[in-house]
Design a protein around this ligand. Structure first.
Ligand code: BES
Ligand code: MN
Ligand code: ZN
Length: 461
């Protein structure tokens, strides 16, 4: 399934997008029949109202209520909901939206077209939109396709998306764009000094591995994406209770999101030298599983006392980040479904990000707002550093008490990066718990569109 706009056609059904405040104005200027029909149906431009207006050949027009600005602030991408209500046909946005709002409506339409039907037939939305004049249709299609890829990768369960499946998806994407890949698997992780990826993943039947992709011109700005690829997180020997384990197929959401973002970057042909690193593991339980109180020595040489085998994400990411940082990229972006604490702090729909670079932070916040992909800066709070320092090793993977859990996890990751001013970490959720416009229930592509904006701003021209 690939998102696309319909070809322009004379017979496309026009959509008028009407704000509540301009409904009276609309009534005055609309043909008498349309005005009467709108009134008779109680259409008043309220957010979410969709009214088809009959004509001699079927639907003559569609009225879409756009509410008021404060109402629209409560969510985003409302056009997806309108599109879902429309019968099969080709539509065009005829009035009411311009500029970025028009672009976002068109994107919302595409994002609303996603269906996860790999395991069961499901009806796909049948209403198609002609790309509005003035929007870059190919760009929006590329963005939506990356978003779909991320949702698919998360939605596919661990039975088909274990480390083997994730590697296959990773290599498939790389091949499609002529990117170079390298895979370090199993005991080779020890030989190549990636010991924590090995320790976390070694209890699984599917060997732990590090996936590495490089694309683009060496002379262009170096952008490296690192994504948590825990294909299933049982918690390990510190096993999760059923209620917490239920969603853990999504614990590769960081890797799914960096792959969606990588696909956007490569489709758009951004002038960057892109690298994608994914530690792909399953945090499972068997005789070989790593244990509480084990002390691991990381690639960087820092020792880590394991105080909870369920704090596995930071371990696999630590080695991947050290490797990424050795090359001194211009920007190092980490995405991970890292902590439950991030959800306690900000809920499922607002993603915390951490960076020491104020300029970069400003760009990320602005991008999130501009493209309706909400992000919130949280602090690398130095006074909490002692919380991640145990008695017997350099670092503790699971500080007692759990205070500031998203912050202490972020601080842990930062210890493995030398070029801290080029580093940003996003503690994402990767899931939509109840369906929203343009966001189906299940896997979610969070922070990719915002970071695409940021990367575009740093690409060579
Ligand atoms: N994958 C989880 C974090 C998670 C849980 C994200 C639920 C989203 C929803 C991670 O590996 C984990 O288990 N973290 C622990 C860390 C703790 C043991 C220090 C957590 O957040 O509880
Ligand atoms: Mn865990
Ligand atoms: Zn995890």
């Amino acid at each position: 399934m690939t998102p696309h706009f319909a070809a322009a056609t004379e017979s496309a059904i026009p959509i008028d997008v009407i704000e509540a405040g301009s409904f009276d104005h609309f009534l005055k200027h609309a043909p008498a029949q349309t005005a009467a029909w709108a009134k008779a149906n109680g259409f008043a431009g309220k957010l979410g109202q969709v009214l088809t207006v009959p004509g001699p050949d079927g639907i003559a027009r569609v009225l879409v209520g756009w509410g008021t600005e404060p109402q629209r602030q409560r969510d985003r991408l409302f056009m997806a909901t309108a599109a879902a209500q429309l019968p099969e046909g080709v539509y065009t946005i005829a009035s009411g939206l311009n500029g970025p709002a028009l672009e976002q409506a068109a994107l919302g339409w595409l994002l609303g077209g996603y269906v996860f039907d790999r395991y069961k037939e499901k009806p796909a939305p049948k209403a198609q939109l002609v790309a509005p004049v003035g929007v870059n249709a190919a760009r929006l299609e590329a963005i939506a396709a990356g978003d779909y890829l991320t949702r698919d990768l998360i939605n596919i369960p661990a039975s088909d998306m274990g480390p083997d499946g994730l590697e296959a998806a990773f290599v498939k994407l790389a091949l499609a764009f002529g990117a170079k890949t390298a895979v370090i698997r199993g005991d080779d992780l020890l030989a190549q000094n990636l010991p924590m990826i090995h320790a976390v993943g070694r209890a699984s039947d599917q060997a732990p591995r590090l996936l590495d992709m490089i694309w683009g011109n060496e002379s262009d700005p170096k952008i490296t994406l690192v994504g948590k690829g825990v294909c299933f997180d049982t918690g390990g020997l510190n096993i999760k209770p059923a209620s917490s384990m239920g969603l853990m197929k999504k614990d590769m959401g960081g890797s799914a999101t960096v792959l969606g973002l990588a696909q956007m970057i490569m489709t758009l042909g951004l002038k960057v030298r892109l690298r994608v690193l994914v530690p792909a593991v399953e945090n499972s339980i068997s005789a070989g599983a790593y244990r509480p109180q084990d002390i691991l020595t990381s690639r960087k040489g820092l020792t880590v006392e394991i105080n909870n085998t369920d704090a596995e994400g930071r371990l696999v990411l630590a080695d991947a980040l050290t490797l990424a940082d050795e090359e001194e990229p211009d920007l190092l972006i980490c995405k991970a479904t890292l902590t439950g604490a991030a959800r306690v702090a900000l809920g499922p729909d607002l993603m915390p990000f951490y960076t020491d670079n104020d300029g970069l932070a400003g760009d990320i916040s602005a991008a999130g707002t501009a493209v309706a992909d909400p992000l919130w800066r949280m602090p690398f709070w130095d006074p909490y550093e002692p919380m991640i320092e145990p008695d017997v090793a350099d670092l503790d993977n699971a500080p007692k008490g759990g205070f500031g859990g998203s912050i202490t996890a972020a601080l842990f990751l930062r210890r493995f990066v030398e070029h801290k001013d080029r580093f940003v970490h996003l503690d994402i959720y990767g899931w939509t718990p109840s369906p929203k416009p343009g966001r189906s229930l299940g896997g979610a592509c969070q922070s990719a569109r915002a970071m695409l904006e940021v990367i575009e701003g740093r690409a060579a021209k």
